[in-house]
Design a binder for this molecule. Structure first.
Ligand code: FAD
Length: 456
């Protein structure tokens, strides 16, 4: 018998329920990845993610070859390609991970219909992308949790399964032809310091980060210059690392750092369960009382300055430049830059989310769009009108200004926290800085936000 494993956002061999089920149930398995132009049209085709994807696929192919198999890559419509492979190999089962986006759901439904016609069964596995499947814990009277804290309480009480080992052997039939596995070197316009992708890299990073940094995570995760978070988000996004395994291994070590880290992984599940229940929240305001935004010439110019990291607020600019250079930004930077765009410049969160998705290597519909909505006050934050002050935040999370000096070389000559307020410099000192004045005074931004938002 032959089974097909359709890989999507789960590019690994460890802790992979669909691969495990296929290997256990069939003599031969076709591990299949389809490069589908519809995925690119749905917003995936950012160079940073395509480059990282290429690394992940290359690594997956290598792991499968070590187990006697290989990865089969096809190009075209996913449903047509799966169908062609099923017919060619006479497969009777297809296994895949459950997705949460509207796109993934439509693809799954089309595939189910098509395979039924061919007498082939589709198995859609939960617990591959998230730790707790969306919809598994729900409050009374709703299909999802709209508030994080009660969700976290229920989520934390769920049993975490022991991660599955990678299969020792994967026997792939010789029939199905594969397109060449994509190469990172073929992708252009990639951020200069983009990390390397792939499961091997993910597992190395998980092991070394847990050993060296987990214990201090609670105290250090907001320290911008210290850069002490795991940086596992792109691996989790592509499924090169199982979130279940990350939770399991952190929890086994225990302690306050582990609790704080596992709580962040719960945020990931939280946003996934919101998106699964409200797929339209990827573009439309989640709260019915929508935000209101500035539009037109000045707002366009402010948005351009924000994108380019020249707002005149050093921490905002530092974080935006980190994003362009690495394809990644520290969580504290994401909070501050997003709040600044949506609540100080009062520009529509969708503009900011689109810019992030164009660059983030971990750019993810659930996490990006719903974190943006959370910050913009249109989403699940229970205090939608709080505004982060970028100067106060800078002094708190980058107290000696190291993060700003790293990313804004124009200000590298300023010592200590003075780097956060270059406009306070006098006369020639100020004139000597090739750095813009603030786009807007914070008090003015706040008054504008309150005017637009109306009474809360
Ligand atoms: P760690 O601090 O080491 O946390 C471990 C893991 O927990 C992360 O890898 C991530 O998977 C998860 N996590 C942590 N914080 C959050 C959170 N707030 N929401 C959801 N999951 C979280 N994360 C993405 O993965 N993709 C995105 O597109 C994305 N866009 C964001 C946009 C905005 C405006 C904001 C405020 C946050 C966004 N985040 C996104 C969440 C968070 O910033 C990143 O997950 C985190 O910075 C990744 O770094 P890390 O792996 O070192 O995190």
């Amino acid at each position: 018998t032959v089974s097909v494993v359709l890989y999507t956002s789960d590019l690994r061999v460890h802790d992979h329920p669909p691969l495990r089920a296929a290997v256990q149930g069939a003599d031969e398995v076709v591990p299949l990845f389809v490069r589908d132009p519809a995925v690119d049209r749905a917003g995936f085709a950012a160079p940073n993610r395509l480059a990282f994807l290429a690394d992940c696929l290359e690594d997956l192919d290598r792991s499968l070859r070590e187990r006697g198999g290989r990865l089969v890559v096809r190009e075209g419509d996913t449903v047509s390609e799966v169908r062609a492979v099923v017919r060619q190999t006479d497969a009777d089962e297809v296994h895949m991970a459950a997705g949460v986006t509207a796109f993934a759901r439509r693809r799954e439904a089309r595939l189910r219909g098509a395979l039924e016609e061919d007498g082939c069964r589709l198995y859609v596995h939960d617990g591959v992308v998230t730790v707790v499947p969306p919809g598994e814990v729900v409050p009374q009277n709703s299909d999802h949790f709209a508030v994080f804290t009660p969700y976290h309480r229920r989520w934390a009480a769920e049993p975490v399964r022991v991660p599955f080992a990678a299969p020792r052997r994967v026997c792939v039939p010789s029939g199905p032809r594969s397109a060449p596995v994509p190469r990172r070197s073929a992708v252009t316009d990639v951020s200069p310091a983009l990390p390397a992708g792939g499961e091997t890299e993910a597992r190395k990073r998980l092991g070394s980060w847990l050993a060296a940094h987990l214990d201090a995570y609670e105290e250090r995760h907001d320290d911008l210059a210290g850069d002490a978070t795991s940086r596992l988000s792109p691996y989790l996004h592509f499924g090169a690392l199982s979130a279940t395994e990350a939770v399991h291994r952190a929890a086994r070590r225990g302690g306050a750092g582990a609790d704080a880290f596992v709580r962040q992984l719960c945020w990931r599940d939280f946003h996934h369960q919101v998106l699964a229940a409200r797929p339209e929240a990827s573009g439309a305001d989640y709260r019915s009382r929508s935000g209101r935004w500035r539009v037109g010439g000045d707002a366009e110019a402010d948005l351009a300055a924000w994108r380019e990291g020249r707002t005149g607020y050093p921490l905002v600019d530092a974080a935006m430049r980190q994003l362009a250079h690495e394809g990644w930004m520290h969580n504290r930077g994401r909070l501050i830059t997003a709040s600044f765009l949506a609540k100080t410049l009062c520009v529509d969160w969708r503009e900011g989310a689109a810019h992030f998705l164009g660059l983030l290597v971990d750019g993810d519909v659930a996490n990006n769009q719903l974190n943006w909505q959370w910050v913009a006050g249109t989403g699940t934050d229970t205090r939608p009108n709080r505004v982060l002050n970028p100067v106060a935040q800078a002094k708190r999370y980058d107290p000696d200004g190291r993060y700003v000096r790293r990313w804004v070389p124009e200000l590298a000559g300023l010592d200590g926290p003075a780097v956060h307020e270059p406009w306070r410099l006098k006369g020639l000192d100020r004139a000597a800085l090739a750095y813009p004045d603030p786009l807007v005074e914070l008090s003015e931004g706040l008054a504008r936000f309150r005017r637009l938002r109306g009474p809360s």
